[in-house]
Structure formats: structure tokens, C-alpha cells
Design a protein around this ligand. Sequence first.
Ligand code: GLN
Length: 542
Amino acid sequence: MPRFVFITGGVVSSLGKGLASAALGALLQARGYKVRLRKLDPYLNVDPGTMSPTQHGEVFVTDDGAETDLDLGHYERFTGVNAKQSDNVTTGRIYSDVLARERRGDYLGATIQVIPHVTDAIKTFVTSNLDDEDFVLVEIGGTVGDIESLPFLEAIRQLGYELEQHKTCFLHVTLLPYINVAGELKTKPTQHSVKELQSVGIQPDILLCRSSEYIPSDLKRKISRFCNVREEAVISALDASSIYDVPLVYHREGLDMEICRHFDLPLNEPNLLVWQDIVQRMSHPEGEVNIAVVGKYTSLIDSYKSLAEALVHGGLDNNVKVRLNWVDSESFEGDTPNMSELKQADGILVPGGFGQRGSEGKIRAIQFARENDLPFFGICFGMQMAVIEAARNLAGESEASSSEFGQIDNPVVGLMTEWTSGNKQVTRDDKSDLGGTMRLGAYDCVLGEGSRVLDLYGEKNISERHRHRYEVNIAWREMLEAKGLIFSGLSPDGQLPEIVERTDHPFFIGVQFHPELKSRPFEPHPLFSGFIKAARDRSRLV
Ligand code: GLN
């Protein structure tokens, strides 16, 4: 039976609970333990797949095709443990499962209630589908006091006494605001939030207090007394200079030590060399590259969380700092587009996206990169737009477009109606539900001999994660290859174009999948490393 650490948040949202959970996972791994991280999301959507990225941030896709919360991206980047569908659940999914069972008659005439039926379903979710993990870290989304989180808090409260003794720990992340005029950190919001937690029967074991200033010991003592938590278990979580510094910062404050003490585990020093090396390299870059990210949701950077991190990882691999310039693609539309943002860039990245708005600007940006030998990396929608760009501007098919933008006769990018998943045939049409019906998760791809991508990956058969509904039409292959756009990665049956590249360009690669989802600071993704290397070479040239 693994040990469970339940992580709740108090006072305000956006406290970095996901990062704290991920960092704790990394620290426990550094002590030799096997970990799994899970997230319980209180909202009513069945999954975040249909939510606007500007509201909810990026949708993180797992190998097994689940559309999950972006915190699972942090978990993977910090621990390298691939998340699964069974690591993220929402109130919506719990209720839809409970209701489906009610309709089937599984409850044998019982009145279905939040307690015990919904809470039982949550407990089953938390404790099922585990291997031989030493620790399961379970983050509860939202803030204590939210109406929606109550069933989750009730479920973890029950687990607190149902699981074997010494198998659970409640970690509460709070905020100590700094009041400028008083020149002090304030503990009252933390006291209130712990009271709120106690009112639903949960006594936190450890408090992780986010603050901009160091917490003096008299303040820790005060928090300890008011919140009924041992003084050493009141841990100060200072803002870190980079997210990859967080494991080291929390270790210095004793977080992993306190967890070990709580579970009566040895208190030896963890091996943090990997993190020390990352932080060391991050703080001593040899240069800088400017990457223009040309997209639509650039107002909320969280919509491209994994992408931004994968670019940082590419920078780490090349000892350069990567400066990101988020550019709204619509600024390149119209008769006299101002391309100055692109002229200053060492590389252009067009990320994933949905819908027609802004697509013409993306196509313009891609044309600019192609014509000016500027490193270009297109991801998913970005790849599709690169193919349309070539069809229009090189193959002379001025009407070339995607059926995502409306019905057309011979789409370069068309709605995918069937594909194989494992040994299953999947079929869809344009009337299918929008939720959970894309080509999702890990699919194999075979790389072409002599291609740049083969060089970068160093192996012919790769597997990458997907999330798309439309697909480049293989029928255009010959015409586009004749114009230098090589289809250098295909699905194993040769039917679905996965990668296009130009060989007459310093770096011009478009991929149908999302490589950013698999990049880790300690294992940068080869495509991001290659892209940043090309940008670095370019920045030295100009
Ligand atoms: N909108 C495109 C599609 O559905 C691209 C999706 C994406 O970029 N994730 O195929």
C-alpha cells in the first residue's frame, strides 16, 4: 500500500500548488522513492478538452489519450513519470460515471447521494490503477472553501482514517501576504483557511506557506499555535527565480524532510545533482536567442505552458537563454503587414491552434521564415499552415486551404474520418461530439531515410502525442515534395503525414504531433534542441 499525500490549497488560487506537488514528487524520487501524481479537479466539465485555453490554460494530453489539466504537465516535467487517464479526474467525470451506473441499475434501488456514492467513486479513483508506488501525491484543484471541492475534501478526509495508519499526510499550501505599509507578512488568511479545512474534518499535517519574504521563526511559531501544526512543519515556500529551482528551494526549507518525518522514513540526504545541474546551467547561459511564437492565445501564456517549457529545455541543451516574444498572428494580416517582430527573431514557432481566425497571419509568418532562411518550427496547426503555405505560394494552388475553415473541394488539410488506434479502427464525421473525439494520445511515426528529423531523433521509429481533428492530405505529397517540402515522417501505414521539412533551409520542420508534451528539463526534446541550435547559429550569424 503506497503512502498518500493529499495536497490542498488555501487563501487564493494560483499559488503554484501544481508546481509544489511536482517539486515534492521530484524530491521524493531523489530519495529513491517511486512516485505517482494525481489531480482531482472540482469543475463540472468531464475533461478540460472543450474548455477555452484562455480560461483554463493548456490541455495536457497523455500517452493513453486523456485530455487533462496542465498540472499533469508539471508532474511529468519534474518526475519524468508519464501520466495516464487514471491520474486526472473531474467532478463531471465522477458524476457521469455514477449516473451511468445508476441507469444500469448497479446501485440496487439505493437513493444516490453525494455521501457515500460520489465520495466512494472519488475514493476508488484515488486508490485504483496503481503499481508499486511508494508515494501517491494527490492534488485537489481549487481553493478550500469552494463549493465544488467539498465532495473531494470529504473523500480524502474519509481516506485519512480508512487507510492503514501512517499512510496519509495532509499538506496545505497557503499564502502569507506581505503588507507593504506595515512591512510585515500576515498570517490571518492562513489561519482562516486552516480553520476552513478543519471545519470539514481535515487537520493539515504540513503547511507550505508561499511568501515573497523569508518567514521569521516567531511567525512560524504563531502559525503553528493557531493552526495546530508542529512548528517544523510550517514550511516557508519562497518565490523561486525559476520553476526548476523550486525542488531545491523547498528542500532547503525542509519540505521532503518533514514528509519523511511524518511517515517515519529515514532522513538521509537526497541526491539532487540533476536539479543542481539544471539550475546551474540555467543561471549561466552563454548567449540568448529570440523566438517569435506566432499564435492566437498569446494573451494567456498558460495556454502554451508545455511549449514554453520545451523551448526553455531546448535552451538548456544549447546553453542559451530563450527569450519568447508572443506575437498575435493577426498583426501580420492586411495589406501592409508589419513584419518587424519577425525580423528581430532568431526563429519562428507557430504552435497548435484551432479555427480560422489568425490563420492567414500564421501563413504569412511561415512564408517569411521560408523566404528569409529563418529557423521555423510548426506544431500541429502550425504544420498544417506550413503545408497550405507551400501549396499556395510554391505549387501555385491559390485556393489551397483546410476544411476546418469551411467546405472546399480539394482540401490540403481535411477532416480525418478514420484512422487506426492500436488494432481498432476509429471513425468520425463532422457531426461527432466535440469532446474527446480527436485523434488523441501516442501514435507511432516512421522517419524517412536521410531526413533531418532522423538525424535529430537518432532513431527511425518514434512515438509522439497527438491532439487534432484535421490531417494533411497525403494526396498532395508528390506535388509538394517537387517543391521541396518533404514528407519526412509518416504513420506506419504510410497514410497520415506526420512531419514535413525542407532540406534547402537551415531549419524548417512542421510536425502534426505535440513534441512539447514529452520534453523534460533533464531530457530536452530533440526537435526543440535542434530548433534552438539553429536559432543560436542564426543569432551568431547576424
Ligand atoms: N485545429 C487543428 C486540428 O484539429 C490543429 C489542432 C492543434 O493544433 N492541436 O487538426
